[in-house]
Design a protein around this ligand. Structure first.
Ligand SMILES: NC(=O)c1ccc[n+]([C@@H]2O[C@H](COP(=O)([O-])OP(=O)(O)OC[C@H]3O[C@@H](n4cnc5c(N)ncnc54)[C@H](O)[C@@H]3O)[C@@H](O)[C@H]2O)c1
Length: 335
């Protein structure tokens, strides 16, 4: 059986997902695409082998030919499109964020609970990276004892002028927020952000680097050093410190070259390169889950909790102090 998928948003991520669904993923076919940019949508439809083109994403979602929806339009559109998917009871893989405010996420949570069954998966692909999965297995096997600290590094070679200071939390560190919650099985309940000395490579309006300090509901301290103009490549690291040992996220595989009195290993260019296999595994898992009628990936609750933490970060940045994260009690539906 082939799952007939509609894709809303055919920009960088959408086009990449369409390519993936058309060439790598089994049991799926892209039958419809939609984008505000009609020409781009047409080109995307061609790479999918002739999908239907819609100018309005809501019309695509309502098309009877479309059985499941992948949303890859900008974050501020996600809540409305996801709500339409819930309205017609179609499974949806929504790129992060679920919504740009915790309040909008809560509207989506309410609607999914009213639908009575899990229909939403949020695109936190790091949970599908083999390295993070191995790290989680080590923690769960108790090999380093009870975790007490997590040290994360998130570095990009450079960012465009359109990348603003609050995107540090909302677009970049949101991945650490989700993946550390998942690794530890704990919620983040407080955030403090420090602004260290600026790099001269950041554009005029950007504070870079930024340093995030999170506290979990069990008192674990998580630090994330974000540096989005590090110049040398895309570098994501994570060390968990337990009571009896430490565990590191494995470095991505690459050929070690020793020559001319030196030793080098390649560094990925960006996240598409670093997490290519994770995206493939994520989308295949979603397609398979929809086929079985049981989606098991990151839930709308995870989308809500990460947005709530990211939103708190932006306020903590503005106010220059530690702030607690206000989360509703987790509904039984998501336990
Ligand atoms: N999981 C990840 O690692 C990851 C990485 C990058 C981006 N993303 C997410 O993917 C989403 C898309 O990001 P991108 O980098 O592809 O952006 P992009 O700007 O390249 O593409 C967005 C596309 O959506 C279209 N669009 C704008 N408004 C629309 C609307 N109302 N309805 C339909 N289409 C509309 C734009 O024309 C554009 O083609 C964002 O939510 C982003 O946060 C996730």
């Amino acid at each position: 059986v082939t799952l007939r998928i509609g894709v809303v948003g055919t920009g960088m991520m959408g086009a990449d997902h369409i390519r993936r669904l058309s060439t790598i993923i089994s049991g799926a076919q892209v039958v419809a695409v939609s984008d505000l940019d009609g020409e781009q949508a047409k080109r995307a439809a061609e790479t999918a082998g002739g999908a239907r083109v819609y100018s309005d994403g809501h019309d695509l979602i309502r098309d009877d030919q479309v059985e499941a929806v992948l949303i890859a339009s900008p974050g501020f559109t996600h809540a409305e499109y996801t709500l339409t998917c819930l309205d017609v009871r179609k499974p949806v893989l929504c790129e992060k964020p679920l919504a740009t405010t915790a309040e909008d996420c809560l509207r989506v949570l309410e609607a999914e609970q009213a639908a009575g069954t899990r229909l939403i998966q949020v695109g936190f692909m790091r949970r599908y990276d083999s390295g993070y999965r191995d790290l989680k297995r080590v923690l769960e096997a108790g090999e380093i004892g009870t975790p007490v600290q997590v040290h994360c590094r998130h570095r990009n070679a450079s960012v465009p002028e359109s990348y603003t200071t609050d995107m540090g939390a909302k677009d970049s560190v949101v991945h650490e927020i989700d993946v550390t919650r998942w690794l530890l099985g704990q919620e983040i309940v407080a955030a403090t952000i420090l602004m260290p000395r600026r790099t001269s490579y950041a554009h005029a309006n950007l504070q870079d680097p930024q340093f995030f300090l999170f506290e979990t509901d069990q008192g674990v301290l998580i630090d994330v050093a974000l540096f989005v103009n590090c110049q040398y490549g895309y570098d994501v690291r994570c060390e968990v410190v337990g009571e009896t040992g430490t565990a590191d996220l494995p470095e991505p595989a690459g050929v070690h070259v020793r020559r001319a009195l030196g030793h080098s290993v390649p560094v990925p260019a960006d996240w598409r390169d670093r997490f290519a296999t994770a995206y493939d595994t994520e989308v295949q898992d979603w397609v398979d889950g929809v086929g079985r009628g049981a989606i098991t990936g990151p839930s709308a609750w995870d989308g809500y909790a990460t947005t709530a933490v990211a939103e708190t970060c932006v306020r903590a940045l503005d106010e220059g102090r530690r702030l607690e994260v206000e989360l509703i009690e987790k509904p039984a539906f998501y336990r």
